[in-house]
Design a protein around this ligand. Structure first.
Ligand code: F6P
Length: 382
């Protein structure tokens, strides 16, 4: 007989925080299924990021426990205002390849207050929670690190962000799916760019990191990629230099060009507008200059925005999610296991300490992808 999960089995709490990333649902499914089948330990899903923990900590622990044990799995998920849900097998059915996160995610300002975090820790201890897994990006893992310093809870972080800006791991969950989505988007833009002989400037997400844009440029065949340079902001003269190389390509017979620009490119003077629009204006000004050979060349900017975060989760991300889940549970179940973050390093999954330094070749890798893209792009007639 299948038993309903209860707090008596000392569940592991799982929270998704910050911007969603494809692979979060795959992770929830994997951690729930592996935990139930191999470790006979229930997973306690937290709704809406750290906000769910804060809401739960405001309730009477006895009432909360009763409510959560009564409404398990899908029933708990549809119960309005229930911040914690004991996950069962059916509750994670059919979600492996779906973007977003069924538990919800959020950025929670209240959690920045030490007294709020103390209340959350007390609640988790009273509920007998065995460990807390935090799945998210930079800010979420910083929140998790604070909890390791302020409590005796066992805490495991799982990197999930399309930005791929966590330099202790080669890949975070969501990057591969977002790259797949960008390749699909670039293909769509390419068709129309070629038909109209246009230059399409597409802005990608990624905060201060250019990794997503670089990977997408390599995989999609974009002619040009512009990513943040930590050493110097981009000037108008830099933009003209880029336009000049497109002009040279056009003179050689090229019909169109796809330019990817990362949202985090710093510009001088500082400009608050989307980077794609700023670059497009600079290109237009350049091509419309008196005596220029391509007066009529159309430059069309687009900001790709949140479509990069949603959609189908790639098989690669689903596999990485399962490997991260397995490693996180193994560490939690080890009697002398500690706190740490799951990381992909040289093809292996490891648990690295919070605050681990970047992989020694992190900078080298991003420079390498820029150089790789440079060697791949061609201005042959098309
Ligand atoms: O960190 C993930 C990310 O998608 C960034 O690439 C982007 O800058 C940001 O989140 C957007 O956040 P929001 O969804 O809050 O607008």
């Amino acid at each position: 007989m299948i038993q309903s999960p209860t707090f008596a089995d000392r569940p592991i709490a799982v929270i998704f925080s910050g911007g969603d990333a494809p692979g979060m649902n795959a992770f929830l499914r994997a951690v729930t299924r592996i935990s139930l089948s191999r470790h006979h330990t229930p997973i306690l899903g937290v709704r809406n990021g750290y906000g769910g923990l804060v809401e739960a900590s405001k309730l009477d622990t006895y009432d909360l426990q009763k409510l959560v044990e009564e409404r398990v799995g899908r029933w708990g998920m549809i119960s309005d205002g229930q911040p914690l849900v004991l996950m069962d097998q059916p509750s994670v059915s059919g979600i492996v390849g779906k973007g977003g996160t069924i538990l919800g995610t959020a950025r929670c300002l209240e959690f920045h207050k030490p007294e709020v975090r103390a209340r959350v820790v007390a609640m988790l201890e009273e509920l007998g929670v065995r460990a807390l897994i935090v799945c998210g990006g930079d800010g979420s893992l910083t929140g998790a690190e604070l909890l390791t310093k302020e409590s005796n809870l066992r805490i495991i972080g799982v990197p999930a962000t399309i930005d791929n800006d966590l330099e202790f791991t080669e890949m975070a969950l969501g990057v591969d799916s977002a790259v797949n989505t960008l390749v699909w988007a670039v293909d769509c833009f390419k068709d129309t760019a070629r038909a109209h002989r246009r230059v399409m400037i597409l802005e990608t997400m990624g905060r201060g990191s250019g990794e997503l844009a670089r990977l997408a440029a390599i995989a999609s065949g974009a002619e040009m990629v512009v990513t943040p340079d930590p050493k110097k902001p981009m000037t108008h003269a830099d933009m003209e230099a880029l336009a000049l190389s497109i002009e040279a390509g056009m003179k050689a017979g090229r019909s169109h060009a796809i330019v990817l620009i990362a949202e985090g490119v710093r510009m001088e003077p500082e400009i608050k507008r989307n980077r794609a629009y700023v670059l497009a204006d600079a290109f237009k000004e350049f091509f419309e200059r008196p005596g220029g050979p391509f007066h009529d060349l159309e430059i069309r900017p687009s900001v790709l925005g949140h479509l990069q975060r949603g959609g189908h989760t790639s098989p690669q991300d689903c596999i990485l999610a399962a490997r991260f889940a397995e490693a996180a549970l193994k560490e939690i179940m080890r009697p002398d296991g500690g706190n740490g973050i799951t990381a992909l390093r040289r093809g292996r999954i490891e648990i690295v300490p919070f605050g681990a330094p970047p992989l020694e070749d992190a900078e080298e890798r991003s420079n390498a992808s820029l150089h790789l893209h440079e060697s791949l792009s061609s201005w042959e007639p098309l």
